[in-house]
Design a protein around this ligand. Structure first.
Ligand code: HEC
Ligand code: HEC
Ligand code: HEC
Length: 113
């Protein structure tokens, strides 16, 4: 019992120090696999700064490199879901609202190498 409480206390200390530590924001820029249409550069940091909300995207896939590809491989995420329901949907909404927005045409997102 004594030890149990000691462990609980140590755990709480560890947890609170982790919460204070800087959150892992991942890379500034990310290059996504855009299949046959070519790669898609994502300015990750720009989005983090503009949107503030990580879950605007990470509701759909975890904060992990290759997360989209593995969900697709497991059949848990449809091809083009992220592109249509996240990227393009949000850019269109922002544009309609007259706010700064991102690309909505194929060639402005996909680059052929
Ligand atoms: C506009 C969408 C978007 C937003 C908003 C966003 N991310 Fe990401 N993030 C991504 C994408 C896309 C990936 C790469 C996923 C993949 O490789 O399949 C990623 C990957 C990551 C990774 C893993 C990077 C690596 O290489 O291991 C971390 C960590 C991460 N994001 C943290 C955050 C945090 C923290 C926030 C909020 C402050 C945030 N992201 C906001 C889209 C976003
Ligand atoms: C706002 C950026 C954006 C625009 C605009 C865009 N795409 Fe994409 N596209 C992506 C992203 C990100 C992915 C990878 C994630 C996914 O599959 O949802 C992708 C994936 C794809 C894939 C591969 C799907 C797979 O898994 O095999 C194809 C093909 C594709 N896009 C074609 C197009 C075509 C055609 C257009 C124009 C009509 C277009 N894209 C416009 C961002 C975009
Ligand atoms: C929830 C809204 C939202 C989502 C989701 C989102 N974007 Fe954006 N995107 C924005 C906004 C807002 C801007 C304008 C940023 C600015 O000017 O500060 C932007 C700008 C961009 C730009 C142009 C950046 C520049 O420097 O001009 C690119 C490229 C882009 N987005 C790609 C993507 C891709 C690829 C995805 C999907 C993986 C995505 N975005 C998802 C809101 C979003």
């Amino acid at each position: 019992m004594k030890y149990g409480l000691a462990f609980l206390f140590a755990g709480l200390l560890l947890f609170s120090s982790m919460a204070v530590a800087d959150q892992d924001k991942g890379p500034e820029k990310i290059e996504l696999d855009g299949g046959s249409r070519g790669k898609v550069p994502l300015p990750h940091r720009t989005h983090q700064n503009t949107l503030k909300d990580c879950n605007a995207c990470h509701d759909v896939f975890p904060q992990k490199a290759g997360a989209i590809a593995s969900l697709k491989a497991e059949g848990k995420l449809k091809n083009k879901h992220v592109m249509n329901k996240l990227c393009i949907a949000c850019h269109k909404t922002e544009k309609k609202a007259g706010k700064p927005s991102g690309p909505i045409t194929c060639a402005d997102c996909h680059v052929r190498s």
